[in-house]
Design a protein around this ligand. Structure first.
Ligand code: DX5
Ligand code: ZN
Length: 219
């Protein structure tokens, strides 16, 4: 039996009714809300900035999990801390000194995470693992929701689980991209603890039923 949380990604939500969208998935059991920040450089797409985090804080009860798909995140991290993010995840590929930036995030009492693109090896962040609160394994190339899950990244999830256990590290293992009713179990079995889901939740007419299916299928 796997223990895990679903983090619905508001990238797939209907922005014309964002408040009720968030309330609906929280009522259905979501304790994290995933916020996909894209800058049009690190990834081709462009989404939202810290002002949206400020807006979400007016009604979201859960943890605001900010995924920064931006080049040189050191410019923007202070803005997200100031806006009240509960967690900030930067991309290993996007910054020269991830270690220094993670220290800034942690020192502010915010959960510090690092993300790996599907083709970035775990070895590139191995030295950071002791100081991380979260590792986010991308199971699609970042930029868009609704892409196909890449099962080959599960090997990284399994390794992260094994390293966590053998060293007594405390990072959470999160996976993002293409998680749905048919893929969730492979991710939770591999060791993923936080499952980001965009289209699988907000693409469904009945979001509560979609959350329930994911929770049942991932067990
Ligand atoms: C991809 C984003 C994901 C995305 C997930 O660049 O980081 O969080 O919104 O969407 P689905 O679950 O539809 O793949
Ligand atoms: Zn994301």
């Amino acid at each position: 039996m796997n223990t895990f949380h679903i983090a619905p990604s508001i990238l797939s939500a209907d922005f014309s009714k964002l408040e009720s969208e968030v309330r609906e998935v929280e009522a259905a059991g979501a304790s994290w809300i995933h916020v996909d920040v894209m800058d049009g450089h690190f990834v081709p797409n462009l989404t939202f900035g810290p002002d949206l985090v400020r807006t979400l804080k007016k009604f979201a009860q859960g943890s605001l999990d900010c995924h920064l798909m931006v080049q040189n995140p050191e410019r923007m991290v202070p803005w997200f801390i100031e806006a009240g993010a509960h967690g900030i995840t930067i991309h290993a590929e996007a910054t020269a000194d991830a270690s220094a930036l993670l220290k800034v995030i942690r020192a502010s009492g915010v959960r510090a995470g690092v993300s790996l693109n599907p083709d970035t090896p775990l070895s590139s962040i191995e030295a950071l693992l002791p100081e991380l609160d979260l590792v986010l394994v991308m199971s699609v190339f970042p930029g868009f929701s609704g892409q196909k899950f890449m099962p080959e990244v599960l090997e990284k999830v399994r390794k992260l689980k094994a390293i966590k256990k053998s060293h007594g590290y405390s990072y959470l293992i999160e996976i993002d991209g293409g998680i749905g009713p048919s893929t969730i179990k492979s991710a939770t079995d591999a060791g993923a603890e936080i499952l980001v889901a965009g289209s699988a939740v907000f693409g469904a007419t009945d979001r509560a039923a979609a959350m329930k299916t994911l929770m049942e299928n991932g067990r």
